[in-house]
Design a protein around this ligand. Structure first.
Ligand code: ITT
Length: 209
């Protein structure tokens, strides 16, 4: 039987990317809704650690306990160097606390970041995306951590409609265009998430579930 891997994210943009990133891994990928795990009130306080790794670890432990399968969780976000790394671990709730309507949330976050950088020259718009991924064989097992990042700058206006979140305003150094303009494959090849999951997939190939 194909081993199953639980992926602890409810974000549809992440789910789409992670499904593709793990397409060649020898496992069946399941998300919370595939296990009938609907959002509970205690999930709201899960992500209050001060690091991406800390948040990913808390999500992985929480869901591994509920799902009872080997579990991977990731926490990610964008850091603008001239803003001291903001929004960072608060990327999702930069403009306001999390809302049901993710599209509205993403647009408000992008507006907030653009407002904070009004008039800033290119060198003050430098930024990076970061992703920390934590894998747990069981909820109380030793955590395995994988990380990825990619650099770029914040554009003055949103460009392109691909990806999700901050993608239309993130101009990738490596692609020479925004993640909003990139295809899913182009983004996956250089993105923070693509890199973290590539490292995890290589590890999985050596440590089958
Ligand atoms: P889960 O916790 O359920 O995984 P989430 O949306 O709450 O989903 P995070 O707490 O990790 O995810 O928040 C990450 C935020 O950072 C996300 O809402 C986006 O605004 C932003 N972000 C992360 N990766 C991104 C990417 O590849 N493209 C655009 N924005 C991204």
């Amino acid at each position: 039987m194909t081993p199953r891997l639980f992926v602890a994210t409810r974000n549809p943009g992440k789910q789409r990317e992670i499904r593709a990133l793990l397409a060649d891994a020898a496992c069946e990928v399941m998300f919370p809704e595939d296990r009938g795990l609907w959002e509970r009130p205690d999930e709201a306080g899960l992500e209050d650690a001060e690091s991406f790794e800390g948040n990913a670890r808390r999500k992985a432990e929480y869901f591994a306990k509920l799902a009872r399968f080997p579990t991977v969780a990731e926490d990610s976000g964008i850091e603008v160097f001239a803003l001291g790394g903001k929004p960072g671990v608060r990327s999702k709730r930069f403009a306001f606390p999390p809302r049901e309507d993710l599209r509205e949330q993403d647009e408000a976050n992008n507006r907030e970041l653009l407002v904070r950088l009004v008039g800033a020259p290119p060198e003050r718009r430098r930024a990076r995306y970061r992703c920390a991924l934590v894998f747990l064989e069981r909820h109380d097992a030793r955590p395995w951590v994988f990380e990825g990042q990619c650099t770029g700058r914040i554009l003055e206006t949103p460009t392109g409609s691909g990806g999700f979140g901050y993608d239309p305003i993130f101009f990738s150094d490596e692609l020479g265009k925004s993640f909003g303009e990139a295809t899913a494959e182009e983004k996956a090849a250089v993105s923070h998430r693509g890199r973290a999951f590539a490292a995890f997939a290589a590890w999985l190939a050596e440590h089958p579930l």
